[in-house]
Design a protein around this ligand. Structure first.
Ligand code: DC
Length: 223
């Protein structure tokens, strides 16, 4: 008999800690790791590098048709490639985040990227992090978690992340950027950011990573 695929979805807004928890869960259960946001970021970087207009959906669609996106998982780390070039660090800046959020509103782009995301669900299973993992991409998943936190907490976490990469960003402008991105992600017509109806919600504002991980683990193991 075929063993059931273990699919764990981790959705939520930027800076809530999805990536960290998804990586920890993939290690814990020996599952593949899908950072779906990286797909949107890689495509956004490609469009920017070509000097094309990010608000021109037709052009972005054409660029998306001619791009090779690939990943290599090394334990809990995933290396992202754009046409064979490692862009893991380049895609992490706020410009890429903003443009990824813009192209993520295009139905044609979401359709192209859908199968690519579903391909990650191969044995033994996957931990998928993003905005619509539980609501659309893996709506059949048994374990759905939605991670959130206040804007200020998320901005502070993002600031620390960026500082570790040698980038200094003002907290007020970071809050504004996060707010704008949240608004776009929540209000788009296709696959908006929202918890799946059967998702387990964790507000991580006053929690440590260890506590969030434990809560997620308890939820998974109790199901
Ligand atoms: O998770 P992230 O910050 O890397 O995501 C970057 C942007 O990509 C985010 O603002 C919206 C988009 N995105 C999406 O629309 N759907 C996903 N499943 C993942 C990301």
């Amino acid at each position: 008999m075929q063993k059931e695929l273990k699919i764990i979805t981790i959705d939520g807004p930027g800076g809530a800690g999805k990536g960290t928890i998804a990586a920890m869960l993939s290690q814990k259960y020996g599952l593949f790791l899908l950072d779906s946001g990286a797909l949107y970021r890689i495509l956004a970087l490609h469009v920017m590098q070509l000097g094309h207009n990010i608000t021109d959906e037709k052009q972005v669609y054409h660029d998306a048709k001619n791009i090779k996106i690939s990943f290599k998982q090394e334990n809990s780390k995933v290396i992202s490639y754009l046409n064979g070039v490692d862009v893991s660090i380049k895609i992490r800046n706020e410009d890429c985040a903003k443009n990824a959020s813009i192209i993520a509103g295009y139905k044609t782009i979401r359709e192209i990227l859908l199968q690519k995301q579903r391909d990650f669900a191969s044995p033994p299973g996957v931990v998928a992090d993003g905005r619509d993992m539980g609501s659309v991409v893996f709506s059949q998943a048994k374990y759905k978690i939605f991670i959130t936190a206040t804007i200020m907490v998320r901005a502070k976490r993002r600031q620390k992340q960026l500082q570790n990469q040698g980038e200094n960003v003002n907290i007020v402008s970071l809050c504004k950027q996060i707010e704008e991105r949240d608004y776009r992600d929540k209000n788009r017509a296709v696959s908006p950011l929202k918890p799946a109806t059967d998702a387990f919600i964790i507000d991580t504002s006053a929690m440590t990573i260890k506590e969030v991980f434990k809560k997620a683990q308890n939820f998974i193991e109790a199901k």
